[in-house]
Design a protein. Structure first.
Length: 357
């Protein structure tokens, strides 16, 4: 007997969302920083000036995510490699004045420094961060763009908005399960790997390759689909594990280049050890006849956040489905009226007895 534990997984996905205060801070601060750069007299930007990208834009954030990424569009020649470092320096100089613009006093509230492809702005008092990525977008954000790479001293191609749209399309095409699988994989990594973590974007790229390639049966409950995902990744990367000093390629979902080119062999081996140990647990969890055993195994795989009891959560879902007190979203999901932005109210029904003819 398969214990799908559907409500358990739904509750887990809700509980690993970034906390509300962090989401609120992203909503509050992002447009202020974007507006500051758009109006800056010495750092020229081009309309459309900015666009949010990364896990927040993809709706794939898990845990206490502190970073929000956004692009800022500049008007320079991306074929001139000398401008790559120049733009990063100019952006850093412009953002040095951001604290004053936002009304902060003193210099202890901010940590502003240049990264390889962005300028990092840390709001220390808020425990919140931005990564501002300058870009040249010859045909707008929706097409391939170019971002500066300090190490390569060049502009390199990227398509982050293409990934945002791809994630949206996969979510629609796979019964609303793609984001669940990607979030579970990120949370799984966070549970078992404090150090040597594969980057979040690699996790998303791995999930896209697995699902878009037809290797995961997303018609199944999330428990079975996630079990398949772990087995797929281990089998896919095992050949690289057998080659001394090798690491696998993780293709960029849009441009095809290897996004994990910086993956160190030791870190890769650790990731494979974690996969090997836990794919055995997930295999037992989806085949055991004992529900308590299944829950115990999933807690080992997905950590203490995986719920042991779901009575209250199940009741809230049952209430959400009551006619007259729930809304249907365009995706077909039934949600409580309180959270039903843009939904259609499910009408109350009356039943007078008798059999249907």
């Amino acid at each position: 007997m398969v214990h799908a534990l559907t409500i358990h997984f739904s509750q887990l996905l809700q509980e690993i969302q970034p906390p509300k205060h962090r989401r609120d801070k992203a909503v509050e601060l992002t447009p202020k920083v974007q507006d500051y750069l758009r109006r800056h007299e010495e750092f020229d930007t081009k309309s459309p000036h900015s666009r949010q990208v990364g896990s927040y834009a993809q709706h794939l954030s898990v845990g206490d995510v502190k970073d929000v990424d956004f692009l800022i569009r500049v008007d320079v020649d991306h074929e001139d490699d000398d401008t790559a470092r120049e733009v990063l320096k100019a952006l850093k100089d412009a953002l040095d004045d951001l604290p004053e613009y936002l009304g902060y006093i003193g210099d202890t509230y901010f940590d502003i420094n240049r990264n390889r492809r962005s300028v990092h702005v840390g709001f220390e008092q808020e425990d919140f961060h931005f990564d501002v990525v300058p870009c040249v977008a010859p045909n707008g954000f929706e097409e391939s763009i170019f971002v500066p790479d300090w190490g390569f001293k060049a502009w390199v191609p990227s398509n982050p908005l293409g990934v945002v749209q791809l994630v949206e399309d996969l979510e629609k095409d796979h019964q609303g399960k793609f984001r669940g699988l990607a979030k579970l994989l990120k949370h799984f990594r966070n549970t078992h790997m404090i150090y040597m973590k594969p980057k979040s974007y690699w996790m998303v790229a791995m999930t896209i390759e697995a699902v878009a390639g037809g290797n995961i049966d997303t018609s199944q409950p999330l428990a079975l689909a996630f079990d398949e995902l772990l087995h797929y990744l281990y089998d896919e990367y095992s050949p690289a594990l057998q080659r001394a000093g090798s690491v696998p390629e993780v293709p960029d979902p849009m441009l095809g280049h290897d996004v994990a080119h910086s993956w160190k062999r030791h870190d890769f081996e650790r990731f494979m050890d974690v996969l090997k140990e836990n794919k055995g647990r997930t295999a037992r969890a989806v085949t055991t006849d004992n529900k308590d055993t299944a829950v115990e195994l999933w807690q080992k795989v997905l950590g203490p956040e995986f719920p042991t009891t779901v009575d209250d959560f199940a009741k809230s879902y049952a209430s959400a489905g009551q006619p007259g007190s729930s809304y249907a979203r365009p995706t077909g999901l039934i949600v409580p009226a309180a959270g039903a932005s843009g939904g259609i109210a499910v009408p109350r029904t009356r039943y007078y007895g008798g059999d249907e003819g």
